[in-house]
Design a protein around this ligand. Structure first.
Ligand code: IPE
Ligand code: IPE
Ligand code: MG
Length: 249
């Protein structure tokens, strides 16, 4: 039986973030080069987006390329950028058909212009869709995002538009790439690595973390459902005691 049938649809996380890791190792296991793993990873993305949409997840953020990934060999970086362009252009009609809205976060201006153009076109073409929003984290790192936010806030302070005493959590959130997007409740990382690799440091402050040994190209919607079931069996206390939570029910 599919894990899907056991999911409580009233308690599906509205935002799930995924660190899609393990493409290179998966390819190596198949006796192929790393780039083959990235290509195969696209099938996982398609399946997981579909699965998340089926159960009513509102936002799915996918870590696709980090600031640090620019330090990989040039041929791998070039292949990833090409894959990004070809995937976005090939998938956009399907995104529209499935009512999926595409967005992106990160230092997008650092992407090659062909990539950025393709991305912006797809974002525009899907902007009216009302189903799941897929947020691609591209050339993204959380420290970059926070430095950027602080620069903008400092600019507002020196222009006299903001007083230090008026800075709140909401002020900071307004300057993050994720403004208007609720924080993820669940963060999944594949490939057995137990770290967050500069991903959404602020936004994951109270997220539940789920780690699986599955490598990204082997991950499918059924694995996503399993992660959600695991999430639904946890008690999220937000600093309170377990008794307080039971009494409130
Ligand atoms: C994740 O898979 C994809 C990107 C970081 C772009 P990796 O390429 O990191 O694969 P491993 O971790 O080396 O196996
Ligand atoms: C994190 O994976 C970034 C993405 C999945 C895009 P990495 O493979 O780059 O992270 P590290 O190097 O294991 O921390
Ligand atoms: Mg990796």
């Amino acid at each position: 039986m599919s894990h899907k049938n056991s999911i409580d649809l009233q308690k599906v996380p509205q935002h799930i973030a995924i660190i899609m890791d393990g493409n290179g190792r998966w390819a190596k296991q198949q006796g192929e080069n790393r780039i083959y793993g990235h290509y195969e990873g696209v099938n996982s993305v398609r399946d997981v987006v579909e699965g998340a949409g089926e159960i009513g997840v509102k936002y799915l953020t996918l870590y696709a390329f980090s600031t640090e990934n620019w330090n990989r060999p040039k041929e791998e970086v070039d292949a990833l950028m090409e894959l990004l362009v070809s995937t976005i252009s090939a998938e956009t009609p399907q995104l529209n058909k499935k009512n999926v809205r595409l967005q992106a976060i990160g230092n997008l201006d650092s992407l090659p212009s062909t990539c950025l153009e393709e991305l912006n076109e797809s974002i525009n073409l899907t902007s009216k869709n009302t189903g799941i929003t897929v947020v691609l984290a591209l050339s993204y790192s959380s420290k970059w995002e926070l430095v950027n936010a602080m620069k903008k806030i400092a600019g507002e302070l020196s222009a006299g538009n903001l007083e230090p005493a008026d800075i709140t959590e909401q002020t900071i959130e307004k300057y993050l790439c994720t403004k208007d997007i609720p924080d993820p409740e669940l963060m999944i990382r594949t490939s057995g690595e137990h770290r967050i690799s500069n991903f959404l440091l602020w936004q994951l402050a109270y997220a539940e973390f789920y780690f699986t040994d599955k490598l990204w190209p082997a991950f499918r919607k059924e694995d996503l459902f399993e992660a959600i079931l695991n999430f639904q069996n946890r008690e999220r206390r937000f600093g309170k005691t377990s008794e307080q939570l039971t009494q409130a029910k």
